[in-house]
Design a protein around this ligand. Structure first.
Ligand SMILES: Nc1nc2c(c(=O)[nH]1)N=C([C@H](O)[C@@H](O)CO)CN2
Length: 117
């Protein structure tokens, strides 16, 4: 299985269950692994045959601009479904972490894996 990865992708968004979290954007860190639907790009050397990771970043930025989630669970589920559907990936793994929100905890968050059903 070939995998594209995005590491330490930091982005600001409104996220959280508390009223202050609906007003003040927080930085979250995403780590994403995306299984490729084909190996064609390695043979053809053509971006048309590749899963364009810059387009993945663009779509995640758009989602987090437009939608505000309460839970990291919902945020990761939303991104995972977008990647499976729009990029035809067979499998995706996503972690999302908040940074320094609880004293003594540098990062806390969730990691999910999803496959095409
Ligand atoms: N399982 C989760 N627990 C909590 C979440 C979450 O997204 N998933 N979020 C919060 C608050 O928003 C917290 O991050 C603020 O400190 C609490 N628990």
């Amino acid at each position: 299985m070939d995998i594209i990865f995005l590491k330490e992708f930091r982005i600001k968004t409104l996220i959280g269950i508390y009223p202050w979290e609906r007003k003040i954007p927080q930085t979250i860190e995403l780590n994403i692994e995306i299984a490729l639907p084909s190996r064609q790009a390695g043979m053809s050397d053509r971006i048309e045959d590749a899963l364009d990771y810059s387009q993945v970043v663009h779509r995640i930025n758009a989602i987090l601009d437009q939608q505000h989630f309460s839970l990291l669970e919902a945020l990761t589920e939303n991104i995972a479904q977008m990647i499976l559907i729009e990029f035809d990936s067979p499998w995706v793994k996503i972690s999302a972490a908040k940074l320094d929100v609880i004293p003594g905890v540098k990062q806390l968050g969730i990691c999910i894996e999803r496959s095409q059903s």
